[in-house]
Design a protein. Sequence first.
Length: 156
Amino acid sequence: MSVPHGRTILAGIAGGVSMNVAMLLTFRLLGFGWNGEGILLKSPLQSHKLIAVWTEIEPIPLVVNTPAPILTGIVLFGIIHAYIFRWIASAWPPGTVGRGVRFSVLVFAMTFLFWEFFTPFNMFGEPLQLIALELVFWTCIAFADGMTIAAIMEKS
């Protein structure tokens, strides 16, 4: 794929920003809530270990107390994603939507699905019902990233 580096970086920044916005609307607004009242913390099914990691055990995750490095890191991951898209998209049939969906599925399967299996399920003992909800959130986030990157990268 012959896309200039400037457009690739722009696509990555936009993809990272879209991931941050999608995380804000899913995990922060619905999952954790503005005051810790979201379903992921208040569900009676939730693992006490997961709740403790997010609210009690010091240090509290950076994304809660000092989100700037995490938000910036997600934008940097967006740039990496754009370069991966640039590298592999030419192997897929042309078209913004098709390539965007394929890339979204790739990001979801190789990043978020693994994350949910290894960390919330394996380490925190989170119940499957809440993992399923989180996978819906991650699907939205992967879709925002993949479609944003594809829209910019596929622009003629």
